[in-house]
Design a protein around this ligand. Structure first.
Ligand code: KG4
Ligand code: ZN
Length: 379
């Protein structure tokens, strides 16, 4: 019987592993408590999601925030889960990819907890977390995406602020990268175009809401690489095409190449509301169509048992609708984390992925050896 009076059965057949997971890869200080795949608490605090001149996150500020927030966020997560630190079996922490000094804050805290309270430690790849976010379940054990388990082979697409990668998974934790972006990530393109349109950072959500009031066929933006016989993308040319279009509208484009500076000041773009909405809608249409074109190719080549999507950009409703149409057409089951908080950065996905690291006995044997890997890839 635990503190809630809930009877938790522990025997050979059913082992309930309680995980405290930490993600400090970017600007959210996030802590989750899970029991197997069920999420009991997910607490994310951030005070950095405001507009700034860099159109991005300042690492030193992110680190300062994590140091300040980690203890209270951990306390709040345990409180929400009605658990104490002694009830936890394993600590899981993101060790990459992400901002080096931000990752470090989470790793240091995870090590401290493990040493003080004698817990096991698992280091989790943030992008594997995004892929496994589809397996997160609520307190009652109902999957947020609608699936109980993956069926293989499957195709997994990660779409976030730093990544656009396509994997073929032949089993749990078995990844083969079959494609991805050659330059900017799709979320990065949303953020950079959002910057040009004078939106805050990150801009994806705001850009999507403006796009709803715009006409997506106003501007004919390119779908770079749509003809290439691979599963790669390029979003940098699309972003530049939007910039040239803005300059044209402003009557400032004189035929010379534009310096690669996307930090336009919001108050200086002089675009009216209708133009901004139309630019947002036309850009979004081109970016999302790009994703769909290559996914269609990959599905017809690999004939996967399912398509899994993870990362902040899957919060986009227009993308969800396009994916539903694509998958209905190809009769491919489609899954993604439905709640917005599970799409963007969160520690629940780290907890869920940690279950699969644990099944493969991928614990950190010597706690002191876990180090941040800012450029960590899935291998
Ligand atoms: O996964 P995530 O929270 O952080 C990273 O791991 O990068 O993804 C953040 C990205 C940002 O680029 C943000 O603009 C984008 O996801 N994003 C969206 C939407 N919501 C978040 N992009 C398009 N439409 C959205 N609704
Ligand atoms: Zn992320």
């Amino acid at each position: 019987m635990d503190r809630n009076g809930i009877y938790r059965r522990r025997n050979k057949e059913t082992y309930y592993m309680k995980i405290l997971a930490i993600d400090t890869s970017c600007d959210d200080t996030s802590v989750a408590i899970s029991e197997n795949l069920n999420i009991h608490a997910n607490v994310s605090w951030s005070k950095l999601k405001t507009h700034n001149d860099f159109g991005g996150v300042v690492p030193s500020e992110a680190k300062r925030q994590h140091k300040e927030f980690l203890d209270p966020v951990i306390a709040e997560a345990l409180n929400v889960a009605h658990l104490e630190i002694n009830d936890i079996d394993t600590v899981a922490v993101t060790y990459g990819p992400g901002l080096a000094i931000a990752l470090e804050a989470g790793i240091d805290k995870a090590k401290e907890i493990c040493k003080t309270h004698n817990k096991k430690l698992i280091g989790v790849n943030h992008m594997i977390g995004h892929i496994y976010s589809s397996l997160a379940r609520d307190e009652e054990g109902k999957a947020y995406s609608g699936i109980d388990d993956f069926e293989f082979p499957l195709l997994a697409l990660t779409i976030s602020g730093g990544h656009t990668d396509l994997y073929l998974m032949s089993g749990h934790m078995q990844f083969e990268r079959i494609g991805g972006t050659l330059d900017d990530a799709v979320g990065e393109a949303f953020d950079k175009v959002g910057r040009m349109l004078g939106l805050g950072f990150p801009a994806g959500y705001k850009l999507e809401s403006l796009a709803k009031s715009g006409n997506s066929s106003t501007y004919d933006f390119p779908r770079p690489m749509h003809n290439t016989n691979d599963y790669n993308w390029s979003f940098s040319g699309l972003k530049t095409a939007v910039l040239y279009q803005i300059k044209k509208i402003q009557n400032e484009y004189k035929g010379n190449p534009i310096k690669d500076d996307f930090r336009m000041k919001d108050e200086s773009n002089n675009l009216d509301e209708e133009t901004i909405n139309n630019l947002a809608a036309s850009f979004q249409e081109a970016a999302l169509e790009s994703l769909i074109i290559k996914l269609r190719k990959a599905i017809s080549q690999y004939n996967p048992k399912m398509l899994i999507i993870g990362g902040g950009v899957i919060a986009n409703q227009a993308l969800r609708e396009k994916l539903v149409a694509l998958c209905e057409n190809s009769k491919t089951p489609l899954f993604y984390p439905v709640p917005r908080w599970l799409c963007t950065d969160n520690a629940s996905m780290i907890a869920v992925a940690a279950n699969f690291y644990a099944k493969n006995n991928m614990y950190i044997k010597d706690i002191d050896t876990l180090d941040r890997v800012p450029g960590l890839e899935i291998s």
